[in-house]
Design a protein around this ligand. Structure first.
Ligand SMILES: C[S@@+](CC[C@H](N)C(=O)[O-])C[C@H]1O[C@@H](n2cnc3c(N)ncnc32)[C@H](O)[C@@H]1O
Length: 278
């Protein structure tokens, strides 16, 4: 595998640059390492290696309090030494979408790119149609702020194409904080996240304690992925903590193949051995 440092610091280009916490660096290291092992390892195995970013952002982010700007997911994926054969980049916020497209141009990313504007949950058919049908293995990064990825979106993409997923499960920063609100029948966010309207029952019947909400959702997610043919290894969830060591989310990996799971295991080990955030 070729050397690749996913962390690229850049100057302020005057375009929209969302703020992130320092722990975002850890996410980008793991994500970038996976892109690198995927594109190199699959280069001679799959004619087409496609990158799908369902929540792409603006291409760059400013690290809060540090005043440093780094490349984020889509530009990191664009910079791997062995390129993906196609990039499908989705974003719903107009200013982020434009900044991202401009940055692809300014960085001279001469790549096969398709940019899809709007809500990825609603654009799922467009996204599927953008994936080449034959000889394709895709890597789909799902990086929402909260639990606003509908399981139906994942299910539809997985049903029509061969896709490995890296999914940010915002279980601590969203689910746990907002359980009281989500238990309220009026919120359908969890219903859509795990594709089950009856998830409240075990909590209301006291069969599952509210303190086990995160575990419950993580298991429900794994079971969902299993039910659509993924070889789920519950350990392939990389915990990201903030600067005071409070867990905030998991980066959960799902593949139908042992090769994908082995790659992610290697990447997780590399990150753990590195033992440093930056
Ligand atoms: C946490 S940021 C992730 C940014 C980027 N992936 C990164 O590496 O930092 C989530 C991004 O998804 C966008 N977004 C939120 N909901 C979306 C949706 N339903 N469909 C597409 N994009 C969405 C937001 O505007 C935001 O730019």
């Amino acid at each position: 595998m070729k050397e690749f440092d996913p962390i690229t610091y850049v100057e302020d280009d005057g375009q929209t640059t969302p703020e992130i916490g320092l722990w975002g660096i850890k996410k980008y290291r793991l994500f970038g390492a996976y892109c690198n092992i995927f594109t190199t390892g699959m280069k001679y195995k799959w004619k087409q290696r496609v990158y799908i970013d369902l929540f792409a952002g603006a291409g760059c982010a400013r690290i809060r309090k540090e005043n440093k700007i780094v490349h984020t997911s889509a530009l990191i994926a664009a910079k791997v030494p062995d390129k993906f054969t196609k990039y499908i980049i989705c974003e719903e916020k107009e200013e982020n979408f434009h900044a991202l497209k401009n940055r692809f141009i300014n960085e001279n990313c001469d790549l096969n790119c398709e940019f899809i504007f709007g809500d990825s949950n609603k654009n799922v058919e467009k996204i599927i149609n953008a994936i080449p049908a034959d000889g394709t293995l895709s890597f789909c990064f799902v990086d929402p702020f909260s639990l606003n990825i509908e399981f139906e979106t994942i299910r539809k993409i997985a049903a029509t194409r061969k896709v490995d997923f890296l999914i940010l499960l915002a279980l601590q920063m969203d689910a746990n904080r907002n359980l009281v609100y989500y238990i309220d029948e009026e919120s359908d966010k969890i219903d859509k996240f795990i594709g089950n309207k009856n998830w409240r029952e075990p909590f209301l019947n006291a069969e599952v304690s509210k303190k086990d909400f995160i575990k419950y959702l993580a298991e429900a997610y794994d079971n969902n992925m299993r039910s659509i043919g993924y070889k789920v290894n519950p350990n392939l969830k990389f915990k990201i903590e903030n600067t005071v060591n409070t867990p905030i989310y998991y980066l959960a990996f799902y593949s139908k193949s042992d090769v994908g799971n082995d790659f992610y295991t290697k990447v997780e080990k590399m990150q753990n051995n590195q033992g440093k955030l930056f």
